[in-house]
Write a protein that binds this ligand. Sequence first.
Ligand code: FE2
Ligand code: FE2
Length: 179
Amino acid sequence: MRPRGPLMIEHRLIEKMMRILADKIPKIREAQKVEPAFIDPVIDFMRTYTDKIHHGKEEAIYFRECAKKEMTAAEARMLKELLHEHEISRRAVETIAQARKRYPKEENALEVIVEKLEFLVEIYRGHIDKEDHRFFPDSEKYFSEAEQAAMLKEFLEFDKKMVQEKYKTVVEDLQKGPA
Ligand SMILES: [Fe+2]
Ligand SMILES: [Fe+2]
């Protein structure tokens, strides 16, 4: 398998989440409320799976290796763009998490949540398409078979570490008590 394999499999799950969000957003707007049983796992998915696990592997492994290669100016520009999109989506998720803490006490919290969810649906549509159809195929040609195999191995180690970290945090947060 090539390094883009596991990353593209993760894209398919992120897309499923985006479809759920796209379907739910008008319903939240109409009801003017969002259930904690919906928004809490969405925040956890976006923070842990999309950002730490998925963007984590892209940034700390795949993009890191791409940056070592002599890419064309257009490829380097796209890499920068992808990193920027990770950053703004990460910020949007944190804004949602902060608004969630203020919801339902503060009136505007729901609108912030809905707006940022819409933003995420929009940004991932383009982001995933760019990676799947342009950046991954374009950048793959720079890597030897051995380099690709090394990255795949590093991906597995990265995932293992992330699972351990995730549940260590869960226990530590429970120890701390309610926020
Ligand atoms: Fe990405
Ligand atoms: Fe990605």
